[in-house]
Design a protein around this ligand. Structure first.
Ligand SMILES: [Zn+2]
Length: 288
């Protein structure tokens, strides 16, 4: 199947009241885990490559692998730059064939976030690449400390959402409503009233970052209030680590020789199960 941009993969989700999962990949094991889950579940899927993860994988190599796998897939796939921080990284992603870019200007002033995001949308829209941006700041940081802090002062201001979207011309908006990257300290408390008013004012699909740890019920409620893309990675990483831990502490495994390929497959399968489970919760199964 051809790769879709974010706008085109999210439009049916908004109409059909479900969300498309965006799962981070940093190697071909995770790529296969995610795409094979999408194929089993007949679900559209977004593959995230985060700028912070470019310390572990070359953007040209992983993009080529994702594009090749997407063309072989029987489900719609979007290749998204996750938390693009530098203009150069966004440009590199566009050159490598990404169909979507998230520009994270959440650390900037409101005016600078608008100005830089607008520059990104001009570049990306000229080549049919979608743009997601963030208003307010999601707790923690992608690839940052394990448990991020949530600061209500950094939540998305519904009064600014309409102005921000109109001035930047973005295709999707990442919201900060009590969600956080990494693991949550205690139960996450999402501000649904705030989400509802952002939804009423925005008119574009909304994105929930920090999907690992949010309850099924809260996901469903958030989807009903305009969330159409959900970012999920910590839960995948935890499944991978747990599987590795069990595999290498088994006494009958010969760690000196040929155990690695089999352990790699076990990791892939466990991550794939977690991803398929999330797709079921997000309501995207059977929507491919
Ligand atoms: Zn994020």
């Amino acid at each position: 199947m051809a790769l879709l941009n974010l706008k085109d993969i999210l439009a049916p989700a908004t109409r059909g009241n479900y969300a498309v999962g965006a799962f981070n990949v940093i190697n071909t094991e995770l790529l296969e885990a995610v795409v094979s889950a999408a194929e089993r579940m007949q679900s559209p899927v977004i593959l995230n490559i985060a700028e912070v993860h470019l310390a572990y994988v070359d953007i040209e190599v992983i993009a080529a692998a994702v594009i090749k796998r997407a063309h072989k897939a029987c489900v719609p796939v979007t290749l998204n730059l996750d938390h693009g921080l530098k203009f150069e990284t966004v440009a590199a992603a566009v050159r490598c064939g990404f169909t979507s870019v998230m520009f994270d200007g959440s650390h900037l002033s409101y005016e600078d976030n608008i100005a830089q995001t607008r520059e990104i949308t001009k570049l990306c829209h000229a080549v049919n690449v979608s743009v997601e941006a963030e208003l307010g700041a999601v707790g923690g940081s992608e690839g940052g400390e394990l448990m991020g802090t949530i600061d209500a002062a950094m939540y998305t201001d519904p009064a600014l959402a309409e102005d921000f979207i109109q001035k930047t011309q973005i295709d999707a908006l990442a919201v900060a409503i009590g969600n956080a990257h990494g693991r949550y300290r205690g139960e996450p408390k999402l501000d649904f009233e705030r989400l509802d008013s952002i939804h009423k004012k925005s008119g574009i699909p909304l994105v929930l970052h920090g999907g690992s740890g949010i309850s099924d019920e809260d996901f469903k409620k958030a989807i009903g209030l305009g969330i159409a893309k959900i970012n999920f990675f910590t839960g995948m990483a935890r499944a991978a680590i747990d599987t590795l831990h069990v595999a290498i502490t088994k006494r009958d495994v010969d760690l000196k020789y040929n155990a690695y390929p089999d352990i790699m497959l076990q990791v892939q399968e466990s991550v794939s199960r977690v991803v398929a489970g999330q797709m079921t919760i997000f309501g995207s199964c059977g929507k491919a």
